[in-house]
Design a protein. Structure first.
Length: 354
């Protein structure tokens, strides 16, 4: 194989040709289906990558699955990445000699927690536009916050010390498994926490592992993971035993129906800020509205039964997650999992003649 196909992206990686792939496949002795499954790519796509006709047309294997094969079969040592440290002040974690945090400290904590600006604003009892502006700004100035509120905030984001800040994020166990062992992709919050912990930005991480930056930004956004486990109870559609909906139920109704929040606020006779709080808040409390207004909303949106709405929820749910191969490479590179050891199948020995 051409030597450059064995290099990392930073050292001048060149995409392997279909002939390189055929040579590799023949050498390891794995079937096309088994190779494809080991890195979670479609077997049909791999057949295209092996085909000269499709190679000429521009069909190329991505860097991550190719690199993962090379490392897993022992052709190359795993790439090693060192976590890039952050200059966060230790005094902001110490109650006895508390040091007032700066906006840079706040930014690092928010990124590392993986939480939204709306959630952070709620924890700190600050206006969302203020928190959003501080997080997006590059300025570094004292952050005015009550001491007790600050330590409540640290407690709720589970970062109470420098040690907890530098520790790897707690990832779902299934996201650390090999693909064929019950693997589940990380959700956007986990991916945000991982990128922040690494110390590199999305552009750098995308470059290291052969990913499109725009796609990685999408994978880290909640828009990529629209899944609702909230179903509406039949009583919400019954005037005989109706009860007040919870914020999560109103949020599901608005999101799934794609209703205009302003129109919903008008029908329910609620302030728009209350509606936006329902949409943004991670908490769920009862929404105090009039029964007639609720049924007017259901009629306006065209929902007449829980069954009708819940069927649409199942249809609308969607997930777009980071592919397995680059995620696995990230985990290996930062030492959170050990490389998978794949081996060539043993050749059958011919039976001895008697």
């Amino acid at each position: 194989m051409y030597p450059a196909v064995m290099k990392s992206i930073e050292d001048g990686f060149v995409v392997p040709t279909n002939e390189d792939l055929i040579e590799f496949k023949n050498h390891v002795g794995w079937s096309t289906n088994d190779l494809a499954r080991s890195v979670d790519i479609n077997p049909k796509n791999l057949r295209d990558f092996l085909n000269e006709k499709y190679y000429i047309r521009g069909r190329r294997i991505n860097y991550a699955p190719w690199r993962l094969w090379l490392e897993s079969f022992g052709f190359l040592k795993p790439i090693h990445k060192t976590v890039r440290g952050h200059a966060i002040e230790s005094g902001i974690f110490i109650k006895e000699n508390w040091q007032t945090p700066f906006t840079q400290d706040l930014r690092l904590l928010v990124y590392r927690s993986g939480n939204s600006n709306e959630f952070i604003a709620e924890l700190l009892d600050k206006p969302v536009p203020l928190i959003h502006g501080l997080i997006e700004s590059s300025e570094n100035k004292p952050f005015k916050v009550d001491k007790n509120k600050w330590f409540e905030f640290l407690d709720k984001i589970n970062i109470r010390s420098i040690d907890e800040f530098v520790q790897p994020p707690v990832l779902f166990p299934a996201s650390l498994l090999r693909f064929n062992d019950g693997y589940e992709a990380p959700n956007p919050k986990q991916l945000r926490q991982f990128v922040a912990w690494s110390g590199y930005n999305i552009q750098e991480m995308s470059s290291f592992f052969g990913l499109d930056e725009a796609k990685v930004r999408f994978y880290t956004s909640n828009r990529s993971y629209r899944e609702s486990d909230v179903s509406l109870h039949p009583k919400l559609f019954s005037r005989e035993n109706w009860s007040l909906p919870y914020m999560r139920e109103l949020r599901a109704l608005i999101n799934i129906s794609k209703a205009d929040p302003d129109r919903v606020a008008q029908i329910l006779k609620m302030d728009r800020k209350e509606i936006m709080k329902c949409l943004k808040s991670p908490h769920s409390k009862k929404v105090y509205i009039q029964e007639d207004d609720w049924f007017t909303l259901l009629e306006t949106l065209g929902y007449f039964s829980a069954e009708m709405f819940n069927k649409q929820i199942a249809h609308e749910n969607s997930r777009y997650t980071i592919p397995y191969a680059p995620w696995r490479l990230m985990l290996q590179s930062f030492g959170l999992v050990k490389p998978e050891a794949l081996v060539k199948p043993k050749r059958k020995q011919p039976k001895a003649k008697i």
